[in-house]
Design a protein around this ligand. Structure first.
Ligand SMILES: [Fe+2]
Length: 228
């Protein structure tokens, strides 16, 4: 083979392998966002925080930086179902963030996931993380039970956002709240919109952990969600 042809061949081989490496990076924040073209569930503030410092590899189980705090240690777990409420949903990203046990969203620079406040002073703090479902649809989050806000007006809660592996943009779902929370009044319960299903956790103690089960149904009570 003549030298010019050999050089062209080498370039083609290199280009092929570099594009393959590029495809391996798909599980990053940019790839989740690029796919989002269908807005559902109404606008919400700071949706881009979902992807702040998102890791490249996300598994179905996560332990939050709050798990080591003293308090009620939680395992929040369940199955994410397709909109038919029967078929487990694969590859669904679930982002969560919460206060510490004193009801505060703190920024801790030494924590990799921690988010510094933006120019409006808003942050999701450091107790935040992501899970991504496997073929069984299951997710598991080990964390600490959050405290209610210092003004004690709202029930303690864990916020959550879903991003499906399709062109539907991320949408927020009902907070995880606690059935035994005195602040979760009848009035609060009536106001819950049950986005992706009820977020009320009935905790049961198992092996030193307080376990709360919550199954999610994609698109349930989400306005504008495409019907199949
Ligand atoms: Fe909150």
């Amino acid at each position: 083979m003549k030298l010019p042809y050999l050089i062209i061949l080498c370039c083609l081989v290199l280009a092929f392998f570099s594009s393959c490496r590029g495809q391996e990076k798909k599980d990053s924040s940019s790839s989740w966002k690029v796919q989002s073209t269908v807005d559902v569930g109404g606008p919400f503030e700071n949706r881009e925080f979902t992807y702040y410092n998102i890791p490249r590899n996300i598994s179905a189980t996560d332990t939050s930086p709050g798990f080591t705090l003293s308090g009620q240690k939680l395992l929040v777990t369940g199955i994410v179902y397709q909109s038919d409420a029967k078929t487990p949903a694969t590859g669904v990203l679930l982002y969560y963030y919460q206060t510490n046990t004193e009801g505060r969203y703190l920024h801790k620079p030494e924590e990799k996931r921690s988010m510094p406040p933006n120019d409006r002073g808003q942050t999701h703090g450091y107790i935040r993380g992501w899970v991504k479902t496997g073929s069984d649809g299951r997710y598991s989050i080990y964390t600490i039970r959050p405290g209610s806000y210092p003004d004690a007006k709202e029930p303690a809660h864990i916020h959550a956002t879903v991003k499906e592996p399709n062109d539907i943009a991320e949408y927020w779902i009902d907070d995880f709240v606690f059935d035994d929370d005195k602040l979760l009044t009848q009035r609060h319960r009536e106001r819950l919109s049950k986005r992706a299903g009820s977020g009320i956790l009935e905790l049961k103690k198992k092996d030193g952990l307080w376990v709360g089960d919550r199954n999610l149904v994609l698109g349930l009570n989400i306005s504008g969600y495409p019907s199949k």
